[in-house]
Design a protein around this ligand. Structure first.
Ligand SMILES: *[C@@H]1O[C@H](CO)[C@@H](O)[C@H](O)[C@H]1NC(C)=O
Ligand SMILES: *[C@@H]1O[C@H](CO)[C@@H](O)[C@H](O)[C@H]1NC(C)=O
Length: 609
């Protein structure tokens, strides 16, 4: 295929033209693929591949293109009888493969230069598959011919501008073989997405603060951190935004057959050119769509029921730890045994005496032997210390408020089997592939409820609610969390996971690279952070924001308060339980005695002599 310069004079003129185009416009191409039914001659200074289409059907052609496309070849030169089949295969490969390029170029050559052939070639521009390719160049025999020369028109589609003119033909230039010059010297690949001339770019989204807020009171009726990204994009490249609302299905989901619902569905079905609204870089979705550079880094965590003040019967038990209580009970048992031994194995009131001494009561009978006194004496000393220690502990329990344990980590959530939830399962898309048992458990505790149900539950302490921590220090909190409910909730200490938000588009969308460029610039200037703060100040409930932000420090504030009934209610519980048991025993005793009396009514009482 490589030819010496001297032979060029004998080349057909189309090959000379192609050579010029390659030299001028494809010099930076990574590699070029020729799809052709017969040989073409030209010189290429870099790598290329060749696909012969003789007798291949659509699937076979698609597989061949897939092969080269995965190796990084994104520019094609096509000379086939039925170019529409190539376009279909090309579109199919776009979804089969993983390679993606925003700036793919296709050059189509006439097959046999007949009128019929020209019509077939020009019809390519009307195909749906062509509408998503910015740079497609058709070389067709010229309408006005110069006698004695072969001349060609160079045609592309308009691509930019109003919807009804995007697929119209655009005559770029004319070349003829006598002069070997272009008539105008135009750029043959003019669509570099730098000026879309008001072309409509459809954006799939739904209201989710602070990313996207629709129906606001402003000239455009929309705002939000990600809305500002696409609006800035359109200001840059001169396009017009058309919102595709997905309020119903929100993030939605995607099916194997390349259909779907929600924002994801609108992008895969080409109902929207770009998809926004807190779309994370989900792996499963990446297989089907293009992702821009990451715009916002978010951390996902929950607001869980805040720990309440401990008000319970446990309060009298709190001054001592469990080990301490066990020690105290053992002391009681051992002292009682010692006293029984000291009293020559008589259990006469031994337990009662020891119990009394341990609660700082005096002995009823001080006239024991030295053996008894040595047991009770040491016990007096020990119980003095125990009682003072308990008293001190009780004082601090009463004055410093005690809280239940808080929900801080993922482990806490799974340990308590606490439900967490939101209105959509997009929150767990990032976790579902994890093989970690802890994460699996976490995923199984996720529940979807309607916004009303979530609002109701935010008052019942029955579940945690997922929220996002944004980079400028604000939170994305569902509207169902009201400022009345927030005081009962507390933000968790640990984040569940981090995610990168992206703008999604169809695979190899011409916009992806440009949107990524823009996002890079936005990061550079710090605009993303500024926007987040501006949007938060304007549209978020600041009371909710501040309360969530400070929820941990507010809860921890120690309040000293006078003693109230709340503090001693535990003691009364114990007292009531004690009384109840005593009464019960008393009644049981009475009944048992009457029964015995009734059984032996006439038995004489034998008094000891
Ligand atoms: C942007 O597009 C409009 C058409 O909608 C056009 O009139 C205008 O000249 C374009 N602006 C620039 C700077 O090219
Ligand atoms: C695609 O699959 C989904 C679910 O699997 C189904 O509901 C839908 O009808 C399918 N669409 C088409 C066009 O086959």
């Amino acid at each position: 295929m490589l030819l010496a310069g001297t032979m060029q004079a004998t080349l057909p003129s189309i090959e000379i033209l192609l050579q010029i185009i390659i030299n001028n416009f494809l010099a930076n191409s990574y590699c070029i693929t020729f799809v052709s039914e017969e040989d073409i001659n030209f010189q290429i200074p870099f790598s290329f591949t060749y696909i012969a289409t003789n007798g291949t059907d659509l699937d076979e052609l698609a597989n061949k293109i897939l092969d080269v496309s995965e190796k990084g070849c994104s520019d094609y030169i096509v000379r086939v009888k039925e170019p529409s089949i190539f376009m279909e295969a090309f579109e199919k490969v776009n979804y089969m493969g993983n390679a993606r390029r925003s700036n793919r170029k296709i050059i189509m050559l006439p097959f046999n230069e007949s009128d019929e052939d020209t019509k077939v070639l020009l019809d390519i521009l009307l195909m749906k598959e062509t509408s998503s390719i910015a740079n497609i160049l058709l070389i067709v025999p010229a309408i006005t011919k110069t006698p004695g020369c072969t001349s060609y028109d160079l045609v592309t589609h308009k691509f930019v501008g109003r919807d009804d003119e995007v697929s119209m033909r655009e005559y770029l230039d004319k070349w003829d073989s006598c002069t070997k010059e272009f008539e105008r010297g135009a750029n043959l690949f003019p669509n570099d997405i730098s000026n879309l001339q008001g072309k409509i770019v459809k954006v799939g989204c739904f209201t989710y603060k602070p990313y996207v807020i629709l129906d606001v009171d402003s000239p455009t009726g929309r705002d939000g951190t990600e809305v500002r990204i696409v609006e800035e994009f359109c200001r840059w490249v001169n396009c017009t935004i058309e919102i595709v609302r997905e309020d119903e299905d929100q993030w939605g989901e995607m099916y194997e057959n390349r259909t779907g619902i929600g924002v994801l569905g609108s992008v895969i079905e080409d109902r929207a050119d770009l998809g926004i609204t807190a779309l994370y870089s989900w792996y499963e979705i990446y297989l089907y769509l293009d992702f821009s550079a990451a715009s916002i880094r978010t951390a996902i965590t929950c607001i869980a029921p805040a720990p309440r003040l401990l008000v319970s019967w446990e309060m009298p038990l709190l001054p001592f730890s469990w080990n301490m209580w066990i020690g105290t009970v053992l002391t009681f048992i051992i002292s009682s045994l010692a006293l029984i031994l000291a009293m020559d194995c008589s259990s006469n009131k031994a337990f009662l005496t020891i119990f009394g001494m341990m609660t700082a009561q005096s002995q009823d009978d001080a006239s024991g032997s030295w053996k008894i006194r040595s047991v009770t004496g040491w016990l007096l000393v020990a119980s003095l210390i125990l009682c003072s220690a308990y008293g001190a502990g009780l004082a601090s329990t009463f004055t410093v408020p005690k809280f239940e344990n808080s929900v801080d980590t993922v482990q806490d959530i799974t340990d308590r089997k606490l439900q967490w939830g939101a209105t959509h399962d997009a929150w767990i898309y990032s976790l579902t592939l994890s093989p970690e048992p802890l994460i699996k458990q976490l995923v199984s505790q996720f529940k979807i409820y309607s916004a009303e149900e979530l609002k109701r539950r935010s008052f019942t302490r029955s579940m945690a609610f997922s929220i996002e921590k944004l980079p400028a220090g604000n939170f994305a909190i569902g509207g169902y969390i009201t400022k009345e409910a927030v005081p009962n909730l507390m933000i968790m200490r640990e984040n569940f996971y981090y995610e990168q938000n992206v703008v999604m588009a169809r695979k190899s969308s011409p916009y992806t690279a440009k949107v990524s460029d823009l996002i890079g610039r936005l990061h550079e200037t710090g605009l993303m952070l500024a926007w987040e703060t501006q949007v938060a100040l304007k549209y978020l409930d600041y009371k909710v924001q501040i309360e969530v932000k400070l929820s941990r420090s507010l809860q921890k504030a120690v309040k000293i308060e006078p003693l109230s009934f709340r503090h001693i209610v535990g003691i009364f519980y114990i007292y009531i339980v004690g009384i109840a048991i005593s009464l019960l025993l008393f009644v049981v005793e009475l009944c048992a005695k009457r029964e015995r009396n009734e059984l032996k009514p006439s038995s004489p009482i034998h008094l000891p002599m």
